[in-house]
Design a protein around this ligand. Sequence first.
Ligand code: FES
Length: 112
Amino acid sequence: MAENFLPALDAAALPPGKGETIEIAGQRLAVFNVGGEFYALHDACPHRGGPLGSGWVEGEKCTVACPLHGWEFDIKTGACINVPGRPVRSYPVRLVEGKLWVSVQQSAASGQ
Ligand code: FES
């Protein structure tokens, strides 16, 4: 396990079609289970900071809608569907022995 991946939560605690807000390394992240695949985004919506981990997950589109005003984001990339140019950061995740690990130092989109 690369040292920049930190344990986030037990995968069994996040059923398919759900999201949750977690705090890891002093940052609030939104983690999602879409059909058994796990993803992590910055939790604060770029509009007015709505908690994306409490948003509505649309599994078929792999999107989450912000619970405050409904901006939609691609869960895989963090791209904003309604307002291009206002993405949220996405983070690499790994599933190891039933536990979800997140790298808060890298961006999943840039791979840096
Ligand atoms: S705070 Fe997310 S859409 Fe307004």
